[in-house]
Design a protein around this ligand. Sequence first.
Ligand code: HEM
Length: 426
Amino acid sequence: MTQPPAPPSGCPVSQGRVPLSGPRFQTDPTRLYREMRRDHGAVAPIVLDGDIPAWLVIGYRELHQVTGDPVLFSRDSELWNQWDHIPADWPLLPMIGRKQPSILYTVGPRHTERAAMISDALEAVDPFALKRYAEKFADALIDKFCATGGTEIIAEYAMLLPARVLAKIYGFSDTIGHALVGSLNDMIDGRERALAGQQHLASSMFQLLADKHAEPGDDVASRMIADRGHFTDEEIAQDLMVMMAAGHQPTADWIGNSLRLMLTDDRFAASLSGGRHSVAEAMNEVLWEDTPSQNIAGRWASRDTRLGGRHIQAGDLLVLGIGAANADPQVRTDGSEMTGGNNAFLSFGHGEHRCPFPAQETAEVIARTGIEVLLDRLPDIDLAVPAGQLTRRPSPWLRGLTGLPLTFTPTLALGPVTETDTGGQR
Ligand code: HEM
C-alpha cells in the first residue's frame, strides 16, 4: 500500500484537513474526491462543522475493512474523543447522535438481535403487495399533476412516494400515513419545522405501537412487537423512526437521481419510450456514480490502529466516504462507463451495519416501480430547464436534487384506484 503524503506539521487542527462542506460536494464531487485521493491517499483528514477533526475513508478496500470490522471500528458514538468540543447546538447532532437508543448506535450481540428483528419484519412483506402499494400511490400522485403538462417531480412525487409506501407496510392507515409524510420531510429539511416534524413522527410511532398491541395486523410494526425479544416499545419506536427516515430520503433521491440520468444522458434516451431494462440499468449506475448515500457518519476507532497508512487514534471518528470509494480507481479498472449488472458498490454499506437486505429490496421495488409507473403514464417527459441549471441539495451527506422540473403531454387522470383495482399487474 502506498503511503499517504506526510501531513503538514506544527499547524492548527484545520490546516491540511479538507472541510467536509462547501459547494464542490454538490457541483463537482468526482473531481473533488480525485483530488483528495491524490493529496491524502485512501484515508483523508477532514474537518466537520465547527472545526471538528475526523477522517474520510475514500479507498474502496479501506472502507470495506472499516465496515467489515465492527469491533475495531465501532458504531458506538460514546467512544468519540471529541464530545468535549461539541456544543449543544452543533448542527450535525441530529446525524451524529449520542445516547440515541436506536439500532444505529447499538453494537455487539444486541445489535445482531435487533437487526434480525427488523430484517425478519421487512422480509415478511408480500412483494406483490409492496409493488401494488407503490403502483397505487404512484398513480394517485401522478393523477394530481398529469393534466397540467408540467411539474416539479422531486417535490410532487419523489419526496412523497417512498414515505407513503413505507407508512403503509409499517401498518399506518393511508390517512395517517399521508399526514406523516409532511412531518418526515419537515424533519429532514432541518429548518424551523424540523422539531415539530420529529415530535409528530415520534408520537405517531407510539400511537401505532399502541394500536398494534390492541389489534395486531399483517404489518411490520405488529411483527416487530411479536418478535420483540427483550426490546421495549421505546426501542421499537426508535427503530421504526430510523426505518422511516433512513428509508425514505435515500429512496426518494434514488428516484430523482435516476430520472435525471435518464433524461440527460443519451445512452438512456430509448428508455423513455418504454425500454424497462434501462430503468434498472440507470438505477444501478446511479448507485455507482451518483449515490444518494454519499458520505455517512460513521465509525469510531475502539483503539489506536493504522488504516490506509494513517495513524488512527482511539476514539477518532471515521466518516464512510461511500461516493468516493465507489469511484476508487483500484476497483474501477475497466474504464467502462456502463456499470451493467455489477452491484459491488458500497452504497448500501457493508458488514453487520449495512442496510438490511430486505430494506434494500424494499427500496429497489419502490424506486423502480415509481420510475416505471411515471414513464408508463407520461411517456414523453422531458426536462423543463437546461440540464446545467439542475442543482443539488447543499449537503455533503445525502446527495439529491433540489428540483427536477419536467414537461409532458397532458393526460387524463385515472381517478381513484383501489388496492384491488390494479391486482398487482400493470
Ligand atoms: C436507496 C435507498 C437506500 C440506501 C442508499 C441506503 C443506504 C444505507 C447505508 C449505506 C446504510 C449503512 C450505514 C452504516 O453502515 O453506518 C444503511 C443502513 C440502514 N438502512 Fe438503508 N438505505 C436505503 C434504503 C433503506 C430502506 C428503504 C430502509 C427501510 C425499509 C432502510 C433501513 C436501514 C436501516 C434500519 C439501517 C441500519 C442498519 C444497522 O445499523 O444495522 N434503508 N442504509
